[in-house]
Ligand binder design. Structure first.
Ligand code: HEC
Length: 114
């Protein structure tokens, strides 16, 4: 293999394999957008939101739950009634990507320790 081929392969692999940190930021921003659009009528979804339904847990409260509960969120969001029979939480038929983005956003609301 000559040097040009070697470089071409190396560069393509680097572009393909190196994780792009901006992706995580996109997920958060999209999760926030979805939350504001679909979830804010019942939940407080941002710390500065003024009104939501009483007795629906604010996203900040959910974010403060233990890791075990946070790990269950994707399953709950995929089919709320299946995880919690009788729940008032509607099924939005969210895609896997939408669920991942929403959970990333909810997790970002956990207060960071200094
Ligand atoms: C029509 C009102 C309503 C809307 C809209 C709504 N929720 Fe909920 N949600 C609820 C209620 C009520 C609960 C409490 C469910 C329970 O404990 O049975 C809940 C609970 C939850 C929980 C916690 C589940 C648990 O295990 O305690 C999460 C996470 C959640 N909602 C996420 C979302 C997301 C994400 C959206 C937007 C895509 C959304 N909700 C939109 C009413 C709503």
């Amino acid at each position: 293999m000559n040097l040009r081929t070697y470089l071409a392969i190396t560069i393509s692999l680097t572009v393909l394999l190196v994780p792009r940190p901006s992706h995580a930021l996109d997920d958060l921003a999209n999760g926030k957008r979805l939350a504001t659009q679909w979830c804010a009528s019942c939940h407080l979804v941002t710390p500065d939101q003024k009104q939501a339904k009483a007795d629906v847990p604010p996203f900040m409260t959910i974010a403060n739950r233990g890791e075990e509960e946070l790990l269950r969120l994707p399953l709950f969001l995929a089919n709320p009634a299946h995880s919690k029979p009788g729940t008032q939480m509607p099924d939005f038929n969210l895609s896997r990507q939408a669920i991942a983005d929403l959970v990333a956003y909810i997790r970002s609301l956990k207060p960071k320790l200094p």
